[in-house]
Design a protein around this ligand. Sequence first.
Ligand code: ATP
Ligand code: MG
Length: 604
Amino acid sequence: MKTLSHDPSNYERTQWDPIEKSPAEHIDANLTDYRTSYKVFDWAAARSSLAGLPGGGVNIAHEAVDRHLGTSVADVTALRALRANGDRSALTYADLAALSNRFAGVLHELGVRPGERICILLGRTPELYIAALGGWKAGCVVSPLFSAFGPEPVRQRLAISEATTLVTTKDLYRRRVAPIRGELPDLRHVLVTDADSGGELEGGAIDLALAMVAVDAEFPIVRTQAEDPALLHFTSGTTGKPKGAVHVHGAVLAHRISARYALDLRQGDVFWCTADPGWVTGMSYGVIAPLTLGATVITDEADFDALRWYGVLTAEAVSVWYTAPTALRMLMRRGDELPPGTDLSHLRFVASVGEPLNPEVVVWGRRVLGRPVHDNWWQTETGAIMIANFAAEQVRPGSMGRPLPGVEATILRRGPDGRAAVVGGDVRHAETGEIGELALREGWPSMFRGYWGQPDRYAKAFTAGWYLSGDLARRDADGYYWFVGRADDVIKSAGHLVGPFEVESALMAHPAVAEAGVIGKPDPVAGELVKAFVLLRPAYVATESLRAELLAFGRKALGAVAPKEITFAESLPHTRSGKVMRRLLKAREQGLPEGDVSTLEAGQ
Ligand code: ATP
Ligand code: MG
């Protein structure tokens, strides 16, 4: 392969054979015939799969929880929470309904009105679920904040959202919020989940548990409409300052449908989404979607640990697992041998999102986990999965898959600035194999409805009826999409357009390479030179001969776009949600400080 641009044959990366599904996998899947479903799907008709509020309107909490009351799902475990110390607890759908009613009752008693923003700064605990669901029942706009944020990112988000209410713990309040409370004039109420009764709470905070017992277990859900705002999700910093994407209650239709189609999720499943609900994946798929389908959700308070994760998959008999490339790469780095006692026989479907999934990992999944990893693509702005590899369909390792029924995607031709070009008020569609900007026809239910307080920025995200994703990709002749890079990350080297992901994946195929991060290094002759940072697997030592071997390996696989320089790294910079931060690698390359990563969080 010489160049990635304008060459339709490029997508056929011959070393990775497509993975076919067995007839049984076809029959069992929620989506058995992709092409037909794609043709006939219609959002208006799909709306009938929502319960709707009695008397009209739609509310996420009702779709997620209360719709199941009075059915056999009411007594099913909705949430199984694993504590870092090994404790487990479970809540049924009926429990969640009553507890979220009480939470909504507390908000009501405090005078918190529909439309007000409530921020949730909590770890992966049941209280987070109760607060989010209760917040929706009270008609509030829920904004989850990642609990590992320092005070500055917390302050920024509380200030931008003008939140009136914060739900957190005593410790998080003391460390993250107390120092900046004076700068947050809108913040009226702080509810702490672990007051442990007695004693004055700092900053006039309220003991949530006590307040919840004092209110009724019944709460009439506020009659929200499909277009009423429900969520404020901050994206950030793979590319810049946090942007608050607004999502509406009607988005729940896309959460539900996409989980059925792209995650093959259904009632009876034990579902583990490893993303933190502080990010959009953890909220759309860790909280909302699986509950709308009556599945059992696993939430683990502890951070990644390979042994623990294999243990969770085994002990909880997880059937559908939604995780991220970095976690999978770390598991892969550990080797092909599973820890003694691991039993993945319940695992039916594995999916990944958040950053490019190297083909190597897809194939490793099939070999070691017994299931290929199904990559899918979406963003905070899209609210739900847009492009996916499906359970009954061929998986092409390295491809993000095809658009979901109800989602119209395209690749748009680029102008001189590298983004989709507008000519005479219209866009031009790229040819098969041509790299362009990935765009979606506006109007799917979970499309964001604004960047909070930034109407101009929102307007700029759309052109001629298309939402412009800011990602570059190409589409093959069968409609599979292949990620190339963020528009800001692609490298222009000696006339070639190089996607960092392509180069990283090629290097990862070498047994010594655990992870790679690729950037363009300014070069007077080539414009940019392809440079790779490589993290080795534990058994390998960084030597000059290994460096030469990797350079040769890259040249063989990639030709002209191979890395010209390789630096061995002790670690690669990741966002808190696990994405490789290439712009920090660029800073490293220039000898600049890598900065305060806490302000550079990224979603998913
Ligand atoms: P910001 O927009 O503030 O820079 P962010 O884009 O990292 O932050 P998210 O909305 O969570 O925040 O991430 C979406 C982005 O993650 C996508 O636009 C894409 O670049 C990347 N991504 C997500 N899934 C995939 C995937 N399957 N393959 C490749 N890239 C992916
Ligand atoms: Mg983004």
